[in-house]
Design a protein around this ligand. Structure first.
Ligand SMILES: [Zn+2]
Length: 365
């Protein structure tokens, strides 16, 4: 992996590479954007490139600037890097000073997730650290531990990088616990918070951090990434379209399509079974219902174009009603009710649940 594997975020990656080249890395950064747009992966790549033996940073560590409390960028100048260990094999020629080489000891450790100076702080790490079941919140004790680590010197590299994944999971006390580290970062410390909802963070955190934005992925980039994850070409195209630029949404749509395909065609209780199988998380359930309505709309439009006579008026009525339901899905209407209504309306117009995930038969309608 290197920055070249972050697809669909060209402008953002360019900015990150420029920061590495400039030697002025903000000690507190917030990578924000919709879920499944590459924030965490980019944070890992950034940490890896920052600590690679071959990037500009390692060769020309930034000289400590005169401290300026208002300059976010000056506070965290790294200490000079230690010389590479003599037993290290000579790495292949790597000339890009803004990206990792992928071959030095630091890069290899980063790639295996075992770099002593790159720490991921998330609910999984928290469960191991506190020796308890995984929870959805990041607690004060966990972030206190992170600030303690931040006080220690880096073990291998010039920089200590902390990546707080899905930082909106931090409870308020936890957010307060890291404020001081963000305000007065120990030299060579970088804290990256990845968030989907910036508004969940305290304004004091937002104002101290350098914001790095991740836009929705272009359709082609999402397709390539889904194919790299093992989807075949047509599946990747469908999931990229349903994801709307978020790989997380694509994955949810994929799981949803799998559930639809598993229902036995002609089973009279399938609408009920499907509703019963909706995710417990109401936000996710609503997303699934939206996906289903979008699929129903797409299929109804397609059939409508080919239809004539009474079929056409039946499909016109279905389109109208489905559009209404789609609008209601954005408001606070029971999603189970929406779903069952949509399925019944669809079947009445000749569109079955299982039809929604199959290519349309030529000549039908
Ligand atoms: Zn390297």
């Amino acid at each position: 992996m290197s920055f070249s594997n972050i697809l669909g975020q060209d402008k953002t990656v360019k900015r990150l590479r420029a920061l590495i080249l400039s030697g002025r890395v903000p000690p507190a950064m917030i990578f924000h954007g919709a879920p499944g747009t590459g924030k965490f992966l980019a944070a890992l790549e950034f940490a890896k490139a920052l600590n690679c033996s071959h990037t500009a940073h390692r060769e020309k560590p930034a000289a400590p600037a005169a401290p300026d409390p208002d300059d976010l960028f000056a506070a965290a100048a790294p200490e000079p890097a230690p010389a590479p260990a003599p037993e290290q094999a000579p790495a292949p020629a790597h000339t890009d000073l803004s990206d990792s080489c992928g071959a030095c000891l630091s890069c290899l450790q980063a790639a295996s997730g075992a770099h002593p100076d790159i720490r991921i702080v998330d609910t999984e790490m928290q469960a191991a650290f506190l020796d308890e079941a995984e929870t959805t919140n990041l607690k004060i004790d966990t972030l206190r531990e992170m600030t303690r680590w931040a006080q220690q010197k880096p073990m291998l590299s010039a920089w200590k990088v902390f990546i707080v994944r899905d930082a909106e999971a931090m409870v308020t006390g936890a957010q307060n616990a890291i404020l001081k580290t963000l305000e007065e970062p120990p030299p060579g410390t970088v804290v990256i918070l990845t968030v989907s909802r910036k508004t969940a963070l305290l304004s004091t955190i937002l104002s101290r951090s350098c914001m790095i934005e991740f836009g929705l992925l272009p359709r082609q980039a999402a397709r390539s990434l889904l194919e790299a994850q093992g989807a075949d070409a047509s599946e990747a195209a469908a999931l990229a379209a349903l994801g709307g630029g978020s790989l997380e949404k694509s994955a949810e749509a994929g799981a949803f399509l799998k559930r639809v395909s598993a229902l036995r065609p002609g089973d009279p209780s399938k609408a009920f079974k499907f509703t019963a199988g909706l995710p417990r998380d109401s936000h996710k359930a609503r997303e699934e219902v939206r996906t289903l309505l979008d699929l129903l709309l797409a299929r109804a439009r397609e059939d409508w174009r080919a239809a004539e006579g009474p079929d056409k008026s039946r499909l016109t009525a279905l389109l109208r009603r489905t559009l209404d339901l789609r609008r209601m899905a954005d408001r606070n209407v029971s999603y189970a009710l929406l779903l069952e209504t949509a399925l019944l309306e669809g079947e009445r117009a000749g569109i079955k649940l299982e039809d929604l995930v199959r290519p349309r038969q030529p000549g039908r309608g």
